[in-house]
Design a protein. Structure first.
Length: 96
């Protein structure tokens, strides 16, 4: 039984290390952005922050590149706006 628990802990540490090496840790701006999707239907990420300021497109794109967010659909109002949602990895990262 101890071997099974030890193996599970080792696998968990290895997975965490792989995740950290693959995608890095989010910056404070990225983490704030990702947390805005928690509790939203489908994990939808906003275009604007809670103060009404547009989320920096570089923040959005960097989250997409790291696999924390994914494009959801084209915005018919403004094609330059990236409408995204959290991925499972993004949800996990934002909860840390």
């Amino acid at each position: 039984m101890d071997d099974v628990n030890g193996d599970a802990r080792a696998a968990s540490r290895a997975a965490e290390s792989l995740l950290s090496n693959f995608s890095g840790r989010p910056s404070p701006a990225q983490k704030r952005y990702l947390r805005l999707g928690i509790g939203q239907p489908g994990g939808k990420l906003p275009l604007f922050d809670r103060d009404g300021q547009e989320i920096d497109p570089r923040t959005i794109r960097s989250c997409i590149e790291r696999g924390w967010a994914e494009p959801w659909f084209d915005n018919p109002v403004n094609r330059n706006w990236l409408v995204c949602r959290l991925t499972a990895t993004g949800r996990q990262i934002s909860a840390d």
